[in-house]
Design a protein around this ligand. Structure first.
Ligand code: NDP
Length: 443
């Protein structure tokens, strides 16, 4: 059995039930075979064996009192995956389905993604099976305080710096930061995505969505195409989706769909983003409320957006939201570019369909790295006790995304997979981490 297949088989055997983690490992490792064959030092030093096992995982109880005085208990997680190139960095996800396998897949991916940003950031991820939906502000605060009371023991500005993810936005980051500061009596940049009044960076909120479009723009331009006048479908209506939509429109594209876990809206005239922002960011409502603003739009309950014809598709909601059949449908309807705003939104079979049909495909670890990159910029500003202008941050974000495209495209070409940015991003992300691990010895 080859080195890669042996590590995949062993990982699956040793981590039963961690399906998303198996999926991520099965996607990444085969693309590294060509590099491993060329550099036997990696196998000799057990680099893959070490890469697929987190440095440590914390699983902890999060007890809190709801508004009726009833005791509630959730399970919290932090996976410190790899610190070869910097302190652990990666978001916190609050969603009822969160499990150790999900957090491990995210932390594994994050290690390669952070490497691609060219910033000194290791890989980590965390969260809890807590659902902020339908909770009062007071309940969210109580939960966040209890969560941070335990998590805070393992954090530090040069140790581990979490950020937001699904279900964790400015409100949750604020409550967690307040609790960390209260317990530790220190004002350090231990979370990113902070509010602007207490160490946050201008441009962080928009960064993942904007960065996604900077990547897409670069990918299209290099293929002699442009976003101008193109029909774009976006899934989700959270942080990533909203700012992806905003930047796509700035580039002259027409976004016609957005969604949430209830269903999707289709607006042939182009999404009214002010309406979506009011529904989602102000009222914390459901996407079907969009019909109150635009009665001519359509709402489809319980379905995904991928049947809507488009030139460019941007999955920005969650993992495995786009399967093989969705991919075939997109290709049949003339979609020629897909870029992942969410983490692992496309199944491995869907990715194969895209690559086999010559679709320009931007994988998550490259295309959505703008969020963590700007978190890295927030850490730099905190360490320097300064704050940069929005324009300065945005310029750096743009430069980083163009550079990520160049790394993915360059590595793909160098290793005989021209145009395959999945392989290219994996290889480029891997090489930096693997070389750092080699130089640091067996640790
Ligand atoms: P948000 O919580 O702001 O939004 C998530 C959106 O996805 C919501 O519209 C939500 O709908 C929808 N969604 C979540 N779970 C499901 C599901 N199981 N089925 C259908 N729809 C679902 O999260 P973000 O926008 O921050 O994150 C979205 C994706 O982007 C995630 O994969 C995340 O890991 C990734 N990402 C985020 C970054 C960031 O900076 N925030 C950085 C890099 C990647 P509903 O409200 O109904 O649940």
């Amino acid at each position: 059995m080859s080195y890669v297949n042996r590590i995949i088989a062993n990982t699956i055997e040793k981590t039963p039930g961690e399906f998303e983690f198996h999926q991520a490992v099965t996607e990444v490792l085969p693309t590294l075979k060509v590099v491993l064959d060329k550099n036997p030092r990696f196998e000799a030093a057990g680099i893959l064996e070490r890469l697929v096992v987190p440095e440590r995982c914390f699983v902890f109880r999060v007890p809190w009192l709801d508004d009726d005085g009833k005791t509630r208990v959730n399970v919290g997680y932090r996976v410190q995956f790899n610190s070869a190139i910097g302190p652990y960095k990666g978001g916190l996800r609050f969603h009822p389905k969160v499990s150790l396998g999900e957090i491990k897949f995210l932390g594994f991916e994050q290690t390669f993604k952070n490497s691609l940003t060219s910033l000194p950031l290791g890989g980590g991820k965390g969260g809890a099976d807590f659902d902020p939906k339908g909770k009062s502000d007071n309940e969210v605060m109580k939960f966040c305080q209890s969560f941070m009371t335990e998590l805070g023991k393992y954090l530090g500005a040069t140790i581990d710096v979490p950020a937001g993810d699904i279900g964790v936005g400015a409100r949750e980051i604020g409550y967690m930061y307040g609790q960390y500061k209260r317990i530790n009596d220190t004002f350090e940049g231990v979370l990113t995505g902070k509010g602007l009044t207490y160490g946050g960076s201008l441009g962080r909120t928009e960064a993942t969505g904007y960065g996604l479009l900077y990547f897409v723009n670069e990918m299209l331009q290099r293929a002699g195409k442009s976003l101008e006048g193109q029909i774009v479908t976006i899934s989700g209506s959270g942080n990533v989706s909203i700012f992806a939509c905003e930047k796509a429109r700035e580039y002259g594209a027409k976004v016609v769909t957005m969604s949430d876990s209830g269903g999707f809206i289709y607006d042939a005239d182009g999404i009214d983003l002010d309406a979506v922002k009011e529904i989602k960011l102000v009222k914390r409502g459901r996407i079907k409320d969009y019909l109150q603003y635009r009665p001519n739009a359509q709402y489809t309950e319980g379905k995904r957006v991928w049947g809507v014809p488009c030139h460019i598709a941007l999955p920005c909601a969650t993992q495995n939201e786009l399967d093989e059949n969705d991919a075939k449908e997109l290709v049949k309807n003339g979609c020629y570019a897909v870029a992942e705003g969410a983490n692992m939104p496309s199944s491995n079979e869907a990715i194969e369909v895209f690559l086999a049909n010559g679709v320009l495909f931007g994988p998550a670890k490259a295309a959505n790295a703008g969020g963590v990159a700007t978190s890295g910029l927030e850490m730099t500003q905190n360490a320097m006790h300064t704050s940069w202008t929005r324009d300065e941050v945005d310029k750096q974000l743009h430069r980083i995304m163009v550079n990520i495209y160049a790394q993915a495209a360059g590595a793909a070409e160098e290793y005989g997979a021209k145009g395959n940015f999945v392989a290219g991003a994996n290889i480029a992300g891997f090489l930096k981490v693997a070389n750092a691990m080699l130089e640091q010895g067996v640790v």
